[in-house]
Design a protein. Structure first.
Length: 172
């Protein structure tokens, strides 16, 4: 069987991968034409996919858990198996906290979901450390002053790099 070499990353995606792999940054802000389609090596040919599938299948394919949040859909996952893994953890969370999130679903409102996710990311078994959360339209859930602070900090961190990566915010 011939192994297919993925297409080389270009521009913002290459910079995001470089900064991500350095582990010096923990927050990234993608801006610009995020509704474009992106080239992806698929089998023997090239397909063009929206940003989320591109991130799932090309940049973050080795993550154990890839989660997406937006105010319309709530928390979604990169695959069914990822969702199942999170739901297994959520059952234990329910036992400790007296909630029923595993049966009803995680809270849709971010202010209620954030403490659950925080606990997940801080768990000791390493699963939380190998998870990634991508938030669509973060300006809709971050208070106005907080968003401006991150925009100023992001601008100082490097400025725009083509369409896509605005900046990576260094880990404190």
């Amino acid at each position: 069987m011939i192994e297919i070499t993925p297409l080389p990353l270009q521009g913002w995606a290459k910079e995001l991968a470089r900064r991500w792999n350095s582990e010096a940054y923990s927050v990234f802000l993608l801006s610009g034409n995020i509704f474009d389609i992106f080239a992806l090596q698929d089998g023997g040919g090239i397909t063009y996919v929206p940003l989320k599938p591109f991130l799932c299948r090309r940049l973050f394919r080795d993550r154990k858990l890839l989660m997406f949040y937006d105010i319309g859909d709530g928390l979604t996952f990169g695959s069914q198996s990822m969702q199942q893994k999170f739901n297994e953890w959520l059952q234990n969370y329910d036992l400790v906290e007296g909630t029923a999130y595993a049966a009803k679903g995680a809270p849709r409102e971010f202010s209620k979901l954030a403490p659950v996710l925080r606990r997940f990311f801080l768990q000791d078994d390493g699963e939380g450390a190998n998870a990634t959360l991508i938030i669509d339209f973060p300006e809709k859930i971050i208070r106005r002053g907080g968003c401006r602070q991150h925009q100023r900090r992001a601008h100082r961190a490097g400025g725009p790099a083509e369409v896509g990566l605005l900046a990576g915010i260094p880990t404190a």
